[in-house]
Unconditional design. Structure first.
Length: 250
């Protein structure tokens, strides 16, 4: 069974099992940067690395990666990342003109309506075994419940996604913004994951800082408990994410 790293030393020694993990963050609290950092670190290994974007184009994803880590040498690593964008399908029924999305749609795409959930299924069926996938984002996906997709279909997709990841030795990390959905729906989504990593802002002594903690993580949580780790302080650096401090419960 393939194991994956998060860039945290003692966790990487144990290894993260294949499955489905959700990074949920308050806007700007470092969750996205940490996820991209994880993706780049795993790109250094001999495994498949994928970035699935629902609303961003490939050009936007590359721009985000380069601007997130402006001092890092990402050229070689980016060659190993397969970027897949579903932005045309995402905006197809919106008020956004297709030319804004900056993608070339063929006649079949223009002629036939595409279900975004089926597009996601099709993508994950094409992912190679022993791969890591970053899904950006669950927040975008849930917006389709305001159009033509039922909430139960999204939950069923996440349940099935977890099963496929375990079966094919794949780790899927999905991004999600907190406090967008009501509490009940947010909890229902988090329930589907093997791991939930929370990123939040804290104001302490008039200093605003980013913190990360593990809400649950199958196979990892007992070791976190043993180390008595409560949370990590996150600092964003031009070359990557730095976990500069950890708080231990005494």
């Amino acid at each position: 069974m393939t194991k994956f790293g998060l860039g945290i030393e003692f966790i990487d020694e144990i290894g993260v099992q294949p499955g489905f993990v959700i990074f949920i963050e308050e806007v700007g609290a470092g969750g996205r940067e940490f996820a991209l950092n994880v993706l780049m670190k795993n790109a250094e290994r001999d495994i498949g690395v994928y970035y699935l974007s629902l609303s961003k184009t490939e050009k936007e994803v590359l721009r985000d990666l380069k601007m997130t880590f402006p001092l890092a040498n990402l050229t070689h690593l980016l060659e190993r990342v397969s970027i897949v964008s579903l932005s045309f399908s995402y905006f197809r029924r919106s008020i956004i003109p297709a030319k804004w999305i900056d993608v070339q749609a063929d006649l079949n795409e223009l002629r036939f309506e595409k279900n975004i959930l089926l597009e996601i299924v099709k993508f994950f069926e094409s992912v190679n075994r022993k791969s890591i996938v970053f899904l950006d984002s669950l927040t975008d996906l849930t917006r389709f419940t305001q159009r033509n997709i039922e909430w139960v279909d999204i939950i069923d997709l996440l349940k099935g996604l977890r099963k496929l990841c375990i079966k094919n030795d794949v780790l899927a990390i999905a991004m999600m913004t907190s406090k967008v959905l009501d509490v009940g729906k947010e909890e229902e989504i988090l329930e589907q994951a093997d791991g939930v990593v929370v990123f939040e802002w804290k104001i302490e002594k008039e200093i605003l800082s980013r913190w990360m903690y593990f809400r649950k993580f199958l196979g990892i949580m007992p070791f976190i408990e043993r180390e008595r780790i409560a949370k990590y302080n996150i600092r964003l650096d031009p070359s990557g994410v730095i976990l500069s401090k950890m708080v231990k419960v005494v």
